[in-house]
Design a protein around this ligand. Structure first.
Ligand code: HPA
Length: 285
């Protein structure tokens, strides 16, 4: 992904992206947007009546530097629930800048999206969350204490983070998991910028802090989305035990391999959860 836009260029890109979203998919936005992280991209198969649009036509969205990487949105339905899915995400480790998803998130909000569900691949700090587990994020720890809101004007930059991860959505996820006999963990996600994996000492520290899973995304997006006034959900797919908690050396290949092995189950649960949101009245108020 190339360097994120800022200031007047960002505002112009959001205006242009909003116009393109409306012209392509209609004035009425889906209530729900999902960012598909590593291991989750198969979840687009859950969408009926798919329409696609590459990020290249949405200037506020992160522009991929490497050709061949999927960077597009897909709009469709899961049952009765309209959903927009985002494949392709800007990570802080790519540029050092943690604002890379600001334009995309603000465009979705301007269109009328109400809830942003963030998915990711994570390392586990807990033995009851082995690789392959799904964990609903209940809260996060911004370990690097970096903010995508740095430098913004206005009192709304002092964003309340006390219930950042939507309580009603978490309850709904627990219900859906029970209905389908699926074990769904709940826990605290800690952000590590990466791209190197953590050291065992860092993992012991995070564990003492109360973190249950660790990863390199999600937290900046949650902050941006809460600032924009969106409801937020977080769903982590555990791909490995974190550093020092297993004998295996951590590699990107290993996390991708585990993400692939569990991807179908994760996508199926995501589909069930999204379908169930058609009955959530607060999304339609
Ligand atoms: N650490 C950080 N990010 C990750 C991990 C991990 O162990 N696994 C998947 N993403």
């Amino acid at each position: 992904m190339s360097m994120p836009l800022q200031g007047a260029a960002l505002e112009a890109a959001i205006t242009a992206s909003l116009a393109t979203l409306k012209a392509t998919f209609g004035d009425t936005a889906p209530e729900v947007a999902v960012v598909l992280g590593s291991g989750w991209s198969g979840a687009v198969e859950q969408l009926q009546d798919q329409q696609h649009l590459p990020y290249a036509q949405l200037p506020a969205f992160p522009q991929p530097k490497v050709e061949g990487h999927v960077a597009e949105i897909t709009v469709g339905r899961v049952g009765q629930q309209r959903v927009v899915m985002l494949r392709g995400r800007a990570h802080t480790y790519e540029s050092g800048d943690c604002t890379g998803m600001a334009g995309a998130i603000r465009s979705l909000k301007a269109w009328g999206v109400k809830l942003l569900l963030l998915t990711n691949a994570s390392g586990s700090l807990r033995s009851h969350l082995p690789p392959g587990s799904l964990m609903m994020i209940s809260d996060h720890i911004n370990a690097p204490q970096r903010s995508p809101l740095t430098g913004l004007p206005g009192n709304d930059r002092f964003t309340d983070m006390s219930t950042a991860y939507d309580v009603e959505l978490r309850q709904q996820a627990v219900k859906v998991a029970q209905t389908h006999n699926l074990v769904l963990g709940q826990g605290v996600y800690v952000w590590a910028v990466g791209p190197q994996f953590e050291t065992p000492a860092e993992i012991r520290m995070f564990s003492a802090w109360g973190a249950d899973a660790v990863g390199m995304s999600t937290v900046p997006e949650t902050i941006l989305a809460r600032h924009a006034g969106l409801r937020v959900g977080g769903l982590a797919l555990i791909t490995n035990m974190a550093a020092g908690l297993s004998d295996e050396a951590l590699t990107h290949a290993l996390t991708l391999q585990q993400a692939k092995a569990s991807g179908d189950r994760a996508a199926a649960f995501l589909g069930q959860l999204l379908a169930s949101l058609a009955t959530m009245e607060s999304l339609r108020a």
